[in-house]
Structure formats: structure tokens, C-alpha cells
Design a protein around this ligand. Sequence first.
Ligand code: ATP
Length: 594
Amino acid sequence: MLYSRIVETYTEIEATTKRLEITRLLVELIDATPRSIIDKVVYLTQGKLYPDFLGIELGVAEKLLFRALAKVTGQTEEKIMAGYKKLGDLGTVAESLLKDKTQASFHREALTVEEVYNVFDTIAHEAGKGSIDSKLRHLTGLLGKASPTEARYITRMALGRLRLGVADMTILDALAISIGGGKESRPVLERAYNRSSDLGHVAKTLATGGIEAIESFKVTVGRPIRPMLAERLSDARAILVKMNGECAAEYKYDGLRVQAHVSTKEVTLFSRRLENITDQFPDVRQLLKKNIEEEAVILEGEAVPVDPSTGELLPFQLISQRRGRKYDLEKTIGEIPVAFFPFDLLYADTIDLTDRPYLERRERLRKLIRKNEKINLSQQKICNGPEALDEFMEQAVADGCEGLMIKSIGPDSTYKAGARGWTWIKYKREYKSEMQDSVDLAVVGAFAGRGRRGGAYGALLLAAYDKSDDVFRTVCKCGSGFTDEDLNKLPKLLEKYGISHPHARVDSKVVPDVWFVPGLVLEIVGAEVTLSPIHTCGMNRIRPGAGLAIRFPRFTGKYREDKSAEDCTTTDEVVKMYRAQLKKIAANPLAEAA
Ligand code: ATP
């Protein structure tokens, strides 16, 4: 397949923001793709070579691309760098330089998708001595054969910045229409995706085995399952109504969610966003290796830091540092050890357990774990009255937890991979701030700081996720809560997301100094949710012409690196918060007046 065919679709996708149009373009692309390379075309369109959980990055530095482009175009690196500074996108620079050059020379060999993929794959696997020269040779080879438009995308891809803004769900829609027999097959495809976190694998399974293969798709050890998520409520009675009068209440530990894939050969740990975090938690790996009575297992649990002298649970932030690069792992493990609390079992004894009810999964999990002071099942109690729930809540908080996770024990209590639903409800104690809970928001823009903050960002533009339209809508501008350390760190953290224009999936009336692709997620608390003429979150949902904003937003200090932008608080949740506030005021108008 010619690479120019893919590039044609990319160009058209970039020219539209309409999801239906993007789907149509992708359907045409999939129709034109030979079945044998469907997975590669899917990965390339996502701007990668493999599913994220494998952690394989292309790893081409800007500098190397300057060199490759200089060689291919005959321009100096300085000129290329200057163009990059001006346009903010090296892909566009490559394209225009090659346009100038192609006028002089005509003959070139057409690039194929297979060739582009294979060269990138070789580059991604190159390491050690001589690898830089070899990467340079490969890049120069590719760019030397590329048309100007192809060079635009090859350059962006090499830098890890393809950023077409195509959502996973749109690719699933397109696969359903093109190969799955119609849009009706989208739910089964999504089910397979939720059980494998690998769109390329789903596409290949569909292309080779048909929809039957997708219908009988099973989880496998080594491929992470997209996590099941919870709704939230802050009233025990309301929770019990949702649970039909009886539920399992578990301690809600304030730690890091870990999905462990345990086989005789190895233990692999995945974070909530399904990154491979095995190397950061050798202690958890060891715990699981020693204390599991089965050969191949997938389980989920919470890793929580504990005080080595008292055994008390400590705040989550203490282990979040393990995710940074510069730390002395052994020292950290000694000083702040971790306890692990498994809470669900998704696969064991060659059986995919995600379709089994909660109580069965829990019982199997209990039998599987050899417990000790470092590893133990999450504390659990079956409750059928609000008093029992509240009593257990008190106990959880006294034991250092955030609250309870309430889980259905009915026939609907299967593990719903990748979905947020009412069969799991988080029940947290009330926060001191007036807003009932913190929100996790995606950074979509920044404003330059003035005065003491000169040279740093003065405030960030934050957005909630509108799931149904697959768009990020702004909800506040936040400048408080940032320490000097945060202010130093933010430009570095945000660098890789910078773009020169608003991202196609960002809906904002506010114009910041810098735009970002939604990627970094921050935890924010505020005083309340208010109607807003300028923010687009929940626009027209409460009142025509008005959106919703968070008043007095403040960064809590928690970088939610365990969340992707699509995992942040949704616009629906913000609307719900606004409505809940109204109810509270109606119930107690004096409190509001005060
Ligand atoms: P999300 O609901 O999107 O995960 P969040 O991380 O902000 O957002 P939390 O308020 O932290 O949501 O609640 C859900 C998280 O609680 C789970 O992802 C998991 O990491 C953690 N957790 C702690 N204890 C349990 C438990 N017993 N069962 C399930 N999850 C638990």
C-alpha cells in the first residue's frame, strides 16, 4: 500500500473537526487497506507503532531531525531551526523545504506503508553505540524518498507529534462500518478493545477472524484490561437505593491502582492508564510472585505507602515520586515501603472472569492470595442499611482511607472493563472545601506570568472532557495552589503538548498565550460551580448561552499522571455537581445566605 494513500487521509482529517467526517475518511482508508497490514495502519494513524502499554517509543530527538532534514534538503541546520522556531511545527518546515527542492529534481521512488513502518520500527529498537548514526541514516533514507506532504507526517511521527486528534472510539466506529458489517458491531468491538487496550490487535483479529473472532474475544495475560470506573455519591441512603438495598463496601485506599499480570515467567504491573510500571515497583512484583497460588492471573489492587515503624497507611503522594526519573529506588523502597491490597480478580485458571459476578471473583481472589502484613485483600463488609455503611465508613477513615468503594453484589456485578457505571460507587467523606469533591482537569492552554512569575506560566486554562462529543471544554483559569517548584516544572512538563493553534478537540472562547494538546491532568479544588458566560463546559445545559465554571480554583499539588486527558472529570460530572449544589441550597437556604 502506498504511503501517499494514508497521507491523503491525514491531510483531509486535519482539514475538518467533524467527527462524522473523520469517521467517513477513516472508513475509506480502512477499505483501501490490505488486511495483512491493518494493524500497522491503525497504529500509524494513532501516531505510534505499538500499543502504548508496550512502552516502545520512537525516540527521535529534534536535533537528529534537524540533521536529517539538512542532509535531505541541502539547507543548513540553523535555517531549519529558525523555521521551526517561527512555525512551531517541524513537519510544516520539512514540507516547505522539500517543496522548494522537488521543483529541481523529479524522480523519486514511491514510499510504501510497510517501508515507512519498518524503518520506524528499526529506529525504535536501535540503542547503544552507533545507534545515532544509524537512526540518522534511516531517517535520511525515508525523507529522501518522501514527497513534501509525506515528509510533513514522517517528521511529525518521528518526533512523536502526529496529533491528528483521532479518538480511539472513532477508529472503532470506522472498523465497525468498514469490516464489522455496520455500526451495530461497534459495542462488541469496544468490548474487545476494553479487554486488550490494543486497537491494532482488535483490528487484526476482526480482519482475519471476522466478527465471530471478536465476539469470542478473551482477555490474555500480558495485555492490560481497561479499568472499570466508579460513579460517585455522598449519601448512604442514595447509594443503597442504587444497589437495591444490599452491597459490598470496601475500604477505598488512597494509593496507586495497579493491574498485575502474573505468569510463571514474569509479573507485569500496569498503572491506571495502562503504562508498564513494573520497574518502579519491584517490591510489589516480589510480593505477588511469592504470595499467589496460581500460575496465570490478572488481578487489580491498590498499592499504598506505609510507615515502616507503625504500619500506618501514608498519603499517596509519597509513592507518586517513584514515577519520576531521578530517584534512588532502593532507598525509596526502604524508607517508604508499600503494602498491596488486591480488590478484584479478572483472570485465573485460564478463565476470563470479567463476565462473572463480583462475589464469585472475590471468593476466588481470597483463595488465591497468601496474606501477610504486606499483602491482604481490601477490607470488605456486606452492608444492607445506611447505618452499617456509615459505621464502616468511619472505620475506613480512622484506618487512613479516603472512604469506601461500594460495589454491587447482584447479577449485574460483572467487571465492566473501560466503563464508568453505577455498579461501583465511590463514597468519600466530605471535603472541607465547599465543592463536594476535587475535579481532575486537562491543561489546554497557559497564560504568561507577570511580575514575580515573569518567565513562568501565570495561570493555566483547564478543561473537562465532553465524552459524547469527544471534545475538551474549558471550565476555569487556575493560577493558585502552584508552588515555586511547580512553576519551574510546568513549562517542562507541558513542552511536549505545545501547539501553535487551538487543538481540534478543544472548545474554548478564552484565548490563552499558549495552546496545548490535552494531555496533562491536574487535580483542582474550588469553592463552587457557577454559571459562566465565557467557559464552554456544559454550555446551554443549565441556561441558554451560559456554560459552567469553577470559582476560585486551586491546584491541590496532585499531578494526575496516572490519568490520560480522556480520564479527566467529564462535563456531565460538572453539570451534576452544579445541580447537587442547587439542591443543597434549596434544602438549606440560610447556609448559602451566610
Ligand atoms: P476515577 O474514578 O476516574 O478512577 P479517580 O482516580 O479520581 O477517578 P478516585 O476517587 O480515586 O477516582 O476513585 C477510584 C479509584 O479508587 C480507583 O481507580 C482505585 O485506584 C481506587 N481504589 C481504592 N480502593 C479501591 C477498592 N477497594 N476498589 C476499587 N478501587 C479502589
